[in-house]
Design a protein around this ligand. Structure first.
Ligand SMILES: C[S@@+](CC[C@H](N)C(=O)[O-])C[C@H]1O[C@@H](n2cnc3c(N)ncnc32)[C@H](O)[C@@H]1O
Length: 286
């Protein structure tokens, strides 16, 4: 426990040692994130203009945050904040935390849609809204429709779309796996980072993921391929003739297993690598 009226340096070192002793992987980075957030400082300001002593209310809050982090709650849920494609998204325990690797989906989508006048985009699995909202902002003439099974996730996405003043987006609560998608047609892009962890692998996930992120944002409760099977059967209805499907895929055998599902319908089916050199994106053209 940090005591009230402790100096900034004491708090910084205490937090660092506390996180280290609780086996948090990047303790320095995390205590800096906590303190920047607590004091509304940039990292530069943290070391150059930090308050000499921190108010009792702030010390109490930091103590609470450190205790939560020691129980492996992800830092993004504790500070209600996650960066994605250069923007800070509000997140809470009802949504999957945006991952840097998913930014590749945005890059590929923008490249493909750059010359379209007013592209129509459909996302399955909105979550925090990071994909839909980034596309809506980067492609201001687009119209984005974004679907999630979770009302609570859609509420978070709506908070984010208001935060970024996005008007070219609409959200709908729907169970994609159980829905007749023929009412969704004429889209130029179907984009999705669906739940793709096979049920049998759930136990081996990091505690931060397994114990905190929404179960149905992680797994399809099956072999991790259910969504791709449904994409494959619905894509011909959803996309117009020069439309494209962009899907995130998992690791090891998952990318190739997912790719195979589209063999019957795709004119061009490609796996693209992320910056670590892993196949993480599946691009399907009909
Ligand atoms: C991996 S998260 C992706 C969230 C966000 N697009 C991102 O990339 O950070 C998958 C999302 O799919 C949603 N989902 C799960 N099952 C669904 C279903 N049957 N129909 C629609 N959405 C579903 C979850 O609620 C979750 O928000």
């Amino acid at each position: 426990m940090i005591k009230p009226s402790s100096s900034f340096n004491y708090i910084l070192n205490y937090g660092l040692e506390f996180l280290k002793s609780n086996s948090i992987e990047n303790p320095k980075k995390e205590i800096e994130i906590f303190l920047c957030h607590l004091l509304s400082y940039s990292k530069f300001e943290l070391y150059n203009s930090a308050e000499k002593s921190i108010s009792l209310a702030k010390v109490n809050l930091l103590n609470e945050w450190l205790e939560r982090r020691a129980k492996r709650e992800p830092i993004q849920y504790i500070i209600n904040n996650a960066w994605f494609y250069g923007r800070e998204f509000y997140v809470n325990k009802n949504v999957f935390i945006p991952r840097p690797e998913s930014e590749r989906l945005i890059e590929v989508a923008i490249n493909h849609l750059r010359d379209f006048d007013s592209p129509k985009i459909l996302e399955i699995g909105t979550g925090s809204g990071c994909l839909s909202i980034s596309l809506a902002i980067e492609l201001p003439n687009s119209k984005v429709r974004s679907i999630d099974i979770s009302e609570k996730a859609i509420n978070v996405a709506k908070i984010n779309s208001e935060k970024f003043h996005v008007n070219n987006i609409s959200f709908k609560k729907l169970d994609f796996l159980k829905s007749e998608m023929k009412t969704f047609y004429n889209f130029d892009l179907l984009i999705s980072n669906p739940p793709y962890i096979p049920k049998k692998d759930m136990e081996s996930l990091m505690p931060e993921v397994r114990n905190f992120e929404p179960y149905n944002s992680l797994t399809d409760d099956s072999d991790g391929l259910e969504f791709y099977r449904k994409f494959s059967s619905d894509l011909p209805y959803i996309l117009n003739s020069n439309g494209i499907g962009i899907f995130e895929v998992g690791l090891s055998a998952h990318p190739k297993d997912a790719k195979r599902i589209f063999n019957k319908i795709g004119r061009s089916i490609k796996l693209l690598k992320d910056y670590n050199g892993d196949d993480r994106l599946l691009i399907v053209k009909l």
